[in-house]
Design a protein. Structure first.
Length: 180
């Protein structure tokens, strides 16, 4: 199955200030998520952002807020984004089937969101180098589980070029500059 931009929406899950310092390879993860967000924006794909209990965990890290630009988010208390009525309404309203996912933690909020999206009839597209956990083992086990349940596992460069489809355009030039 090929992922196309007309039927895709992106979700940035809980990349928050107070949890992020403890995440495995956090600097690389931050850079990768920013590249993904910038590429998604070039392609005109809508982006939803969630924050888990922002009063306790803070807002999204600065680099994510800056990459998104006009920053707004959906507050949630459930681990799964789908536990938030605001999130599920926004997703339903988008009329998109493919949900491109980045964020933390892979084995908790990302995993539970992916499982609920599958149950809801969506196709989760998990960007492996744009998710993480405090423990690498937890991330790896979560990716295995998501793959077994039917999620598409990819990388930010792969999904951006898949969504782009052709070279030689202004979008191609912009995305090529982002990923270098």
């Amino acid at each position: 199955m090929k992922i196309n931009r007309d039927n895709s929406i992106a979700v940035v899950i809980d990349v928050q200030q107070k949890l992020f310092p403890f995440i495995h390879e956090k600097e690389k993860l931050s850079d990768n998520i920013v590249k993904l967000i910038k590429g998604i924006k070039v392609l005109g794909i809508p982006i939803l952002v969630t924050e888990q209990y922002s009063k306790g965990l803070g807002n999204a890290i600065q680099s994510v807020q800056e990459a998104i630009g006009n920053y707004s988010y959906t507050e949630k208390m459930s681990f799964s984004c789908c536990g938030s009525g605001t999130f599920t309404e926004a997703l339903k309203k988008s009329e998109k089937d493919n949900v491109i996912i980045c964020g933390i933690e892979a084995h908790v909020c990302v995993l539970q969101t992916v499982l609920d999206l599958i149950i809801g009839g969506y196709q989760p597209v998990v960007v492996e180098n744009c998710i993480s956990s405090r423990s690498l083992n937890d991330k790896e086990i979560a990716i295995d589980r998501m793959r077994q349940e039917g999620a598409v596992i990819t990388t930010y460069e792969s999904i951006l070029f898949e969504l782009l489809e052709v070279s030689g355009t202004e979008e191609f030039k912009a995305i090529s500059k982002i990923i270098k």
